[in-house]
Design a protein around this ligand. Structure first.
Ligand code: SER
Length: 320
């Protein structure tokens, strides 16, 4: 890969992935695409910036040609609860946008990274040790778009030889850009609230287990998969990957080890609860481990320590 376009650089993953790609491949070789929201200052200042909307193919094509792009990381999407508020927009970005990127990749010989999600599963999926290849009948528009993206990515590889690759991310915990509108957002918010007010109101019930991962592992996963030897990839797209699985009680207990006065109460959001209950408790990520060496670094105690340290420092400086 020489010239990379990231679409969705103002988002939770895009903001950090752009900086990591610039570190690895050189700042001028990674174009930051944004739609409405300006990306963070470090993204804006460290390399090329272009207005790129996944739903506007002419504009994507212009940028691909201008920078001779040969790999596209397409991160544009609405998260699960936000997609339930606006399913039409979620479809437009999550399906039409993915199709636009794949078509342009086919015509211009680009590799494509597509982030799928635990949201690609549904209530009829086996939710414990969820296999790589299993039932996928999601009940959310987010899930419908993610399954469509997985299938389209497979199709463009099989039919046209486009070098498509992708992962099923779990909830991503990070401290740079907030997620927003996701079912797993509580596992980020809890750390901010623990630092700011020592209490947190959780929108999911105790006992709701979900897969999670810390951002550094999520970034390595995308880059390592895109760098992987293609002859070893049997799946290419939609690899299950996870680093930990917990419920609200377990993460709260971990926070309490650092902040003993921390208190959590519950005010369950029925939309998020229904979504969370339809998603895996814990995925089986053996295929990712075997085919391209997936091996996460951070577990829950390590994430908790680092999140509280970084957010605590930001709070002291008055940044949050
Ligand atoms: N973090 C996403 C969400 O909760 C799941 O992929 O919507």
């Amino acid at each position: 890969m020489k010239n990379i376009l990231v679409i969705g650089t103002a988002g939770q993953i895009g903001s950090e992935l752009t900086m990591k790609l610039r570190e690895n491949y050189g700042s001028t070789n990674v174009v930051a695409g944004y739609r409405k929201t300006m990306p963070s200052d470090d993204v804006v200042q460290s390399g090329p910036l272009e207005n790129v909307d996944a739903t506007e193919p002419d504009r994507i094509l212009e940028v691909v040609k201008k920078y001779k792009i040969d790999a596209i990381y397409n991160l544009a999407a609405l998260l699960s609860a936000a997609a339930e508020k606006n399913p039409q927009a979620a479809w437009n970005v999550g399906v039409n946008g993915v199709y636009n990127v794949l078509e342009i990749a086919r015509e211009n010989n680009c590799a494509v990274f597509f982030p799928s999600s635990i949201g690609a599963f549904g209530p009829t999926t086996p939710l414990d040790n969820t296999p790589q290849d299993t039932i996928q009948r999601p009940g959310t528009m987010y899930g419908v778009t993610k399954v469509s993206g997985e299938l389209l990515s497979d199709y463009y590889f099989k039919r046209f030889g486009v070098d498509t690759r992708g992962l099923r991310y779990p909830g991503i915990i990070s401290n740079v850009t907030l997620p927003g509108g996701g079912t797993t957002d509580y596992a980020v918010e809890i750390f901010y609230e623990a630092i700011k007010s020592k209490k947190f109101t959780c929108p999911l019930k105790a006992g709701t287990f979900l897969d999670m991962m810390y951002m550094p592992d999520a970034l390595d996963a995308a880059i390592n998969l895109m760098e992987a030897d293609p002859s070893k990839l049997k799946h290419r797209n939609a690899f299950n990957i996870t680093a930990m699985s917990f419920d609200p009680e377990i993460i709260a207990a971990e926070v309490k080890k650092h902040i003993p006065e921390f208190k959590m109460e519950y005010d369950v959001d029925p939309v998020k609860q229904e979504i969370a209950e339809s998603w895996p408790n814990k995925m089986d990520d053996t295929c990712a481990r075997e085919e391209w060496g997936w091996d996460p670094t951070f577990d829950l105690p390590a994430v908790t320590e680092d999140m509280l340290k970084v957010i605590g420092e930001k709070h002291e400086k008055g940044l949050i």
